[in-house]
Write a protein that binds this ligand. Structure first.
Ligand SMILES: [Zn+2]
Length: 391
């Protein structure tokens, strides 16, 4: 994978979110931080980066104009993610190294976590699962995490000041953790801040939601993201704008695109369409088996990516809309987009929504994908037929 420029992305360098940063700054300056907060992050957005930024502000000894100084001991320890009063909680599962059930909590994965968020504070859940090699399983925040948190809460903060628990992808907490968490929220301890980050707060218990103050991440606009890519990744402004446009201002996707020749989901999608076009049933069966081996999160992500590709094809081909693009990817869109038209776009969109729905509900994935593949054959050929008629 060719890597153009790899500059560290610092938490204070967050695209957009000016208002929220201002609110955070004010709350810290006036010492009226709620003890339970939830950052409702966009998908692949800046929620974690905002949580890290807020923690750094809280521990910075001499913030300037709403920005942490980056040189005091509070800042340096926050930036290296080794501050003893900042606790990180995130979804985990057993892997090759961590096997025992009682070790399945965040502290067992701290070295990997520090490395991952230092490299990219905009990482997605799927990147994290990859980093700890649990791609085929679901991560969770469970009983072992409760026990670990209880031990920490029983102690005072190391430095006598605040202590912060950042709970990333808080919606991955199971009921056991959620019930313990609820107690912590009901009986707040002085100077203890719970900072929940979630892309999916609807999955949290309503009793938890009712006890946290919610901060909704703003939509990052394409210009803000492009500016960010120019400033922090050294991209040419036109290239940055193209990437911001294609990623639909999805921060994490944009960053990934810089380091990759192509979106891996697009490669997967192309293969699916090629097999469907050539009515290669045994190929589609193998493809379905391979998809079914990926984690449920990865499969759902594939559905989302495929939906975007289809939507873009429809807009480009049938509506003859121009999308800024260059290289191999442009060629694919140019060749394939005429196949996606009124004969199949609705069916395709429904199909992928349905697949995503079934996967979420633990239906046998291999069957779901194979069924979907058979429908895909029908849809691709319906599109081809209409295309021929149009010509
Ligand atoms: Zn500082």
């Amino acid at each position: 994978m060719p890597s153009r420029i790899r500059r560290e992305v610092r938490a204070k360098d967050i695209p957009g979110q000016k208002e929220m940063k201002q609110v955070f700054h004010q709350m810290v300056a006036e010492e009226r931080l709620p003890h339970a907060m939830l950052i409702h992050s966009n998908e692949g957005g800046t929620g974690l980066a905002l949580a890290l930024h807020l923690s750094q502000l809280l521990f910075c000894e001499q913030p300037e104009a709403g920005e942490p100084c980056e040189i005091c001991s509070g800042c340096t320890r926050t930036m290296s993610h080794t501050h003893p009063d900042i606790h990180h909680v995130f979804p985990v599962n057993g892997n090759k190294r961590v096997k025992k059930k009682e070790d399945r909590h965040s502290d067992s994965f701290l070295p990997e976590w520090r490395e991952a968020i230092k490299a990219n504070p905009f990482l997605e859940l799927i990147d994290w699962y990859q980093a700890i090699e649990i791609e085929n399983k679901q991560g969770f925040i469970g009983e072992e995490e409760s026990a670990s948190m209880r031990r920490k809460l029983a102690l005072r903060s190391f430095e006598g000041g605040y202590r912060v628990f950042i709970i990333w992808h808080a919606d991955k907490m199971n009921d056991s953790f959620a019930n313990k968490m609820l107690k912590n929220l009901e009986e707040p301890t002085a100077k203890t801040v719970f900072l929940l980050v979630s892309e999916n707060p609807a999955k949290l218990l309503p009793t938890i939601i009712s006890r946290v103050q919610i901060f909704r991440e703003d939509h990052v606009d394409e210009q803000e993201l492009a500016d960010f890519l120019v400033k922090h990744k050294g991209l040419d402004p036109q290239v940055a704008m193209n990437i911001a446009f294609r990623s639909e201002a999805h921060v994490s996707h944009a960053l990934k695109e810089i380091d990759r020749d192509e979106d891996p989901w697009l490669t997967e999608f192309k293969m699916w369409m090629r097999l469907a076009y050539s009515r290669d049933i045994s190929g589609l069966y193998k493809w379905s088996e391979r998809m079914a081996r990926k984690s449920r999160d990865a499969q759902r992500q594939y559905c989302k990516s495929a939906l975007k590709v289809l939507d873009r094809c429809y807009r480009m081909g049938w509506l003859e809309m121009n999308v800024p693009m260059e290289g191999e990817e442009a060629k694919f869109y140019k060749d394939f987009s005429p196949f996606i038209n009124t004969a199949n776009v609705g069916g395709f969109l429904e199909l992928l929504e349905e697949v995503s729905f079934h996967i979420e509900r633990n239906v046998n994935e291999k069957i779901v994908w194979f069924d979907a593949s058979i429908s895909a054959v029908r849809y691709v050929h319906a599109g081809k037929k209409l295309m021929a008629e149009k010509d």
